[in-house]
Design a protein around this ligand. Structure first.
Ligand code: 9MG
Length: 291
C-alpha cells in the first residue's frame, strides 16, 4: 500500500524519495549568495527546479547556516511573501522554511503546503498554528542555535539523543492535533553536530528511517561533505558529492531529499530505480515511478 504525506492541497506519495528543491531568498545564503534577490530571478530558479523534476519547493528567507545572523520577522516576510504569492498560483507543492510563527501563519494563509521548521515547532504558537492548517510539517533536530551551534557540539550518544528528541516532538505535534500523515522528521545534519556526529547519524540512517519515518535528509552542499573534498572547493562545488550523499540517503530509506542540484539528484534517483531498486512486482508490471 502507498504511504502518503498529507500536505495542504496535495497528497504526496512516498513510494519513491521526493526531491525538495531549495529556493534561498537570503542575500547571505551559503550557496546562492543573493543571486535570487529579485522576484524574477527567484521565480526563474523555481521554474527551473520544477522542470528538472523537483517534487516540491522549499522557500526560505533566513539563513540557518552556522554563524548566520538572524533577521527580523518583517525582513523575512519581505523576502518570502512576494515569491510565495506568485508560486501559490503555480499549483505545485510549496514548503516554507522558517522557525518564526508569524512567518508560518502568513505563508499558510497564502496556501503553503508544508512548514519546514529547523526548531521543530518549539516557538510559542507554532504547534497551534500548524495544527490549525492542513499543512504538513518537518520537525528537525538541532543542538543550540545556528549562531553558535558549531562551537562545541556534545552528545553522549548522538543517535539516541536525536531519535528521542524527534519522538518527543512528534508526540507534541500529535497532541496538538497534527495527524501522523502530516508529520516528517529530520535528524538535522550539520545543526549542532561535528563531522563525526554527522557521520554516525548518516551511517545509521536505515535504523533512523525505520524509527522516525518518513524522514527528510538535508546534506546538500554542507560542510560535512566539504570535509571529504579538497579544501579549495566552495559550497557550490560540492554538488557531485551532494548527489552521491542524496542517493545513499535514499537507499537508506529517506523519504524526502532537500537539495540544491535538483536535476542531477533526480537523474541519479532515476538510474538507481531503473538499474537496482525495482521490485519484482514493479518489473512484472513495467512500473517506473518517474515521469
Ligand atoms: C533549512 N534547512 C537547512 N538545512 C536543513 C536540513 O538539513 N533539514 C531541513 N529540514 N531544513 C534545513
Amino acid at each position: 500500500m502507498s504511504r502518503l504525506l498529507q500536505a495542504g492541497r496535495f497528497q504526496l506519495t512516498l513510494d519513491r524519495p521526493l526531491v525538495m528543491g531549495i529556493l534561498n531568498l537570503t542575500p547571505d545564503s551559503f550557496s546562492d549568495g543573493g543571486r535570487h534577490a529579485s522576484l524574477e530571478a527567484a521565480l526563474a530558479h523555481a521554474r527551473r527546479m520544477l522542470d528538472d523534476g523537483a517534487d516540491l519547493l522549499d522557500v526560505g528567507g533566513e539563513s540557518t547556516r552556522p554563524g548566520a545572523v538572524r533577521v527580523t520577522v518583517e525582513e523575512e516576510l519581505a523576502r518570502v511573501l512576494p515569491v510565495l504569492r506568485e508560486l501559490a498560483r503555480w499549483n505545485v507543492p510549496l514548503s516554507i522554511d522558517t522557525c518564526k510563527t508569524e512567518v508560518m501563519r502568513a505563508a499558510l494563509e497564502l496556501g503553503v503546503d508544508l512548514v519546514n521548521d529547523i526548531a521543530a515547532l518549539e516557538a510559542p504558537g507554532a504547534l497551534e498554528t500548524v495544527a490549525a492548517s492542513g499543512a504538513a510539517v518537518c520537525l528537525m533536530h538541532k543542538q543550540g542555535e545556528p549562531q553558535t551551534m558549531q562551537a562545541a557540539p556534545h552528545y553522549d550518544d548522538v543517535f539516541e539523543t536525536v531519535c528521542a528528541y524527534l519522538a518527543q516532538r512528534r508526540e507534541s505535534a500529535r497532541a496538538a492535533g497534527i495527524a501522523d500523515a502530516r508529520i516528517v522528521l529530520d535528524p538535522g545534519f550539520g545543526f549542532g553536530k561535528t563531522f563525526e556526529h554527522n557521520l554516525a547519524l548518516f551511517r545509521r540512517l536505515p535504523e533512523l528511517a525505520a524509527r522516525c519515518a518518513p524522514v527528510l535528509v538535508g546534506v546538500s552542499r554542507k560542510s560535512m561533505l566539504g570535509r571529504l573534498l579538497p579544501a579549495s572547493r566552495s559550497a557550490a562545488e560540492r554538488d557531485a558529492a551532494s548527489v552521491a550523499a542524496a542517493l545513499l540517503a535514499a537507499q537508506a530509506g529517506a523519504s524526502i531529499l532537500r537539495v540544491h542540484a535538483v536535476r542531477d539528484t533526480v537523474d541519479a534517483q532515476k538510474v538507481w530505480h531503473a538499474l537496482a531498486a525495482a521490485t519484482e512486482a514493479d518489473s512484472a508490471h513495467g512500473e517506473f515511478p518517474y515521469g
